[in-house]
Write a new protein. Sequence first.
Length: 78
Amino acid sequence: MCTEFDTLSVKQIMDRWPATVGVFLEHGMRCVGCPIGPFHTLEDAAREHGRSLKHLQAELAYVIGLEQPRHDTVADEQ
């Protein structure tokens, strides 16, 4: 499953779509405020936390579909 956020860091995902924070927390992923968040992709985070990448992608895509991105708060970190 390819999504528009696959190339973003976990921090960028949470900054751009604040509602995604809840998805990470529901999965026991304490990515909020983590110093590695700016460097980990969703795939990295899923692997590190033993979570299904496809399941996370689906949940995040659902949440992202419900709100507009906040481009004003995201620095172009790549």
